[in-house]
Design a protein around this ligand. Sequence first.
Ligand code: FES
Length: 567
Amino acid sequence: MRSSRWYEGPGRNAYIHRAWMRRGLPPDFAGRPQIAIANTASDLTPCNAHLTEVAQSVRNGVYEAGGIPLELPVVSLGETQVRPTAMLWRNLAAMTTEEMLRANPIDGVVLLGGCDKTIPALLMAAASVDLPAIVVPGGPMLTGHFRGEPLGCGTDVWRLSEEVRAGRMDADEFRASESAMIRSRGHCNTMGTASTMALTAEALGMTLPGLAGTPAPDARLLQGAHESGRLAVELVARRCSPRRMLTKASFRNAIVTLAATGGSTNAVIHLLAIAGRLGVDLTLDDFDRIGAEVPLLVNLLPAGEFLMDDFHRAGGLLAVLREVRDLLDPGALTVTGRPLVEHLDDARIWDRAVIAPRASPLQTGAGIAVLRGSLAPGGAIIKPAAASPHLLRHRGRAVVFSSIEDLHHRIDDPGLDIDENSVMVLGGCGPKGYPGMPEVSNMPLPRELLARGVRDMVRVCDGRMSGTAYGTVVLHVTPESAAGGPLALVRDGDWIQLDVAARSIELDVPAAELAERETDPTTTAVYATPDRGWERLYIDHVLQADTGADLDFLLGSTGSEVGRESH
Ligand code: FES
């Protein structure tokens, strides 16, 4: 085992490594598999705060299987608390976790995540250090209710805040709904990024099949954590590391899952980043190509009606995948050592309102659509399942905002020349520009239009969108405006043509005229220019959204070898 390079032998270094770790452990501890429990529990990541209890179940499973559990607190990212955006820190969390796994005497790792960026960061780290790994997703919270109505965590924050802006709800009512929004431990209960990444981790084969989506307070989560602890010890014996397990076939299954569940657009960036660590040749176009054959089967907010505990009750991911079994790659393995498709036989749909059978899908061709054109030469994406059908082909005049602050300052200005046919444009929100690519692409609509009953407009942005958000939003525009993309050259009144069926997003300005234009200085003035620290490193090295927004020097893997030993 890898840990024997620390613990075996008569020398001083092995003595130090052993002696400091003994602390009551049996003398043979050093000969057993050392299993790290990479734990993102934190009071400042409320969605993951319960993972300390989950870690205890993992510990029990590891001990039971003959391993030594070792809890390793890692960088934790609370989506709702961390500023300017948790995405700025995803690569930092991945890098520090990778380095700590490599630096320590560890043979395998159980990855405990939940809130949006935590599972992607943990998987990126595990992929680069390439030690046997298994994910235990923390699970969604239970459904809260406000005045008799269920509240979709995240999604209904947008909806209620629009109601306030439209004058249909007063501030006191809005405030009163706060305590009902978060009913229990766990992450957001819509098909937001956290739910999506838990399900795609399972589709990749990295969780115990059937575990993702188990609500956080459900006793079966602890049972699954216990089993995952046992399995981690077995993974070490089988030398089952992410590089041996995760292939292009695994990513195909993750993309089918993303489309069939109506998952978050953020999964595109995260899956590309994980693939980048593994050297798997996954491209933006794979999402469109594979997703185009997949029906939408899951009726969850933000695209549908129900919430994650309904999804779990209705049969969960395995019931969905059983319906689209023919679209899955039969060879892609899971941590059990068996292919994903072999775990589907016993799955059933128990509530067809929540999970539609293949014969009557909620939508056909439900995948993320990849758009290209003069406004996004490197690509942009849209989630048709969350968009308004009447806007999927639309031509409108641009209303340009130079920054998020400019948007907030002017959006409700009665003098703003905008109507429901306009196309709202916002740049400066890409990986480098803000930096960290915040979730602002679903720009709020002008109050006046909301009051008139307008609920959606075409919006174009180089930022991201919360997985809990909805609307006809063209996002992840590449290259971003701060990297010289044409988004920075759009002027008020320019015609923009969106055609999702044709996969195009065009700025209808003659190329010669565009070549003459220069970026407005008020636009460039707001780009971030930190002179030190992580933000400086990030801006200098972050890649664009179309390849996963990882840092250029973090692509690939250096494995688990430690170059030098010193004491
Ligand atoms: Fe943590 Fe939504 S805020 S998952």
